[in-house]
Design a protein around this ligand. Structure first.
Ligand code: NAP
Length: 338
């Protein structure tokens, strides 16, 4: 049996391209006692993978050249020499961009049988959903009556942030990259408004659009994108406002950094508005995962939370789908079905 995999062929210079990846086949290793063979069914594509393509050190180690890209997957046990896992069971784990994996069973999570589709464990009920829940409740400490702006509002993280915020009694304004996404955000997810950032002709125009949607100012900014969205939101922040810094996808490949607001101007705004700016990485919040999962799965089962998936087929589609994700070409949680 062969294993298909997508490896990092070279590090990107600026924006990644398909040439940075290589599709290859390797032989499957022999199974030893205590190990299990897994067939990957679903691969999650997430923006953090862009950072892992660079050689520089971050909060996690980079992917080495020639090694499979990292990524969370859902896989079926197809052979087992480990008493704790039976053939046919579904598990999730960080197997990477591969068709099959061998595991010793450690750091795997069994996917419980449920009426919610299994792949939700990679999105609304997995890492992105947990990020939304932690960012809103523990980092931003949202309260009823406040106004929140959520960027990448139709995406895996943003779509849950806004819905949970609405349930808590906040006024929620989204920012998204097309009219279709904005319509989904307001009509399906129930946001109070949504700004299409593609239509803003300048930072000043964008700033005025935020003012129009948030006449009483912004108490919380859930930051997913940075760039001109951040520049437009900042002047609208109320005194003592909070910014939950979750991601800055528009800057991941270095685009727009030259034109970005100069640091002293930003720092002064943090001072005069007495803002609390709080970056967070979800891996530091593992202890709250069961509480998050219990709450959000019961909201999904009760029809109170909606989610959208952008499903692409075949491991070969992973590089192009990933590039789409970085450029707003996804509509919902980006997944590859193998
Ligand atoms: N801190 C953590 O632990 C943690 C964990 C998970 C995710 N994150 C971060 O959360 C953010 C959202 O992740 P996700 O998985 O939910 O992805 P997503 O929102 O499903 O997809 C990414 C979206 O980013 C938006 N985008 C891309 N380039 C942009 C640009 N130049 N300007 C404005 N928007 C742009 C696009 O939406 P539009 O078409 O609407 O612009 C795109 O659809 C990312 O920054 C990610 O790195 C952080």
């Amino acid at each position: 049996m062969n294993i298909d995999r997508v490896v990092l062929a070279e590090r990107p210079k600026g924006e990644p391209t398909k040439a940075n990846f290589r599709f290859e086949k390797v032989g499957a290793p022999k199974l030893h006692k205590g190990e299990l063979l897994l067939k990957v069914k679903w691969l999650s594509l997430d923006p953090y993978m862009r950072g892992r393509m660079d050689g520089s050190k971050s909060y996690a180690a980079p992917v080495s050249i020639g090694e499979p890209m990292q990524g969370e997957c859902i896989a079926e046990v197809i052979d087992s020499q480990n008493n704790e896992f039976k053939v046919g069971e579904l598990v999730s784990g960080g197997f990477g961009w591969v068709s099959h994996a061998v595991s010793n069973g450690k750091q795997l999570r069994k996917i419980p049988k449920s009426n919610i589709p299994e792949q939700a464990s990679l999105g609304v009920l997995g890492m992105p959903g947990h990020t939304a829940w932690v960012g809103l409740n523990k980092i931003a400490k949202a309260s009823p009556g406040e106004t929140i702006v959520v960027s990448a509002a139709s995406g895996a993280v943003g779509s849950l942030v806004g819905q949970l915020a609405k349930k808590k009694g906040l006024k929620v304004i989204g920012v998204a990259g097309s009219e279709k996404k904005c319509t989904y955000v307001t009509e399906e997810l129930g946001y109070d408004g949504c700004i299409n950032h593609q239509l803003a002709s300048s930072v000043e125009d964008f700033r005025q659009l935020i003012t129009r949607h948030c006449p009483n100012g912004v108490d919380i900014y859930f930051e997913n994108v940075a760039g001109i969205t951040l520049e437009a939101v900042l002047p609208n922040m109320n005194d003592f406002g909070r910014i939950a810094v979750c991601g800055m996808i528009s800057w991941y490949s270095g685009k727009g950094l030259q034109e970005a607001m100069i640091f002293p101007k930003f720092w002064r705004m943090v001072l005069v508005k007495r803002l609390r700016v709080n970056g967070f990485i979800i891996f530091d919040h593992k202890e709250s995962f069961p509480e998050f999962q219990k709450e959000v799965s019961s909201l999904i089962q009760g029809g109170e939370i909606k989610y959208k998936e952008d499903i692409r087929d075949g491991l070969e589609s992973a590089p192009e789908s990933f590039l789409d994700l970085l450029n707003g070409g996804n509509f919902g949680k980006m997944l590859v079905r193998l």
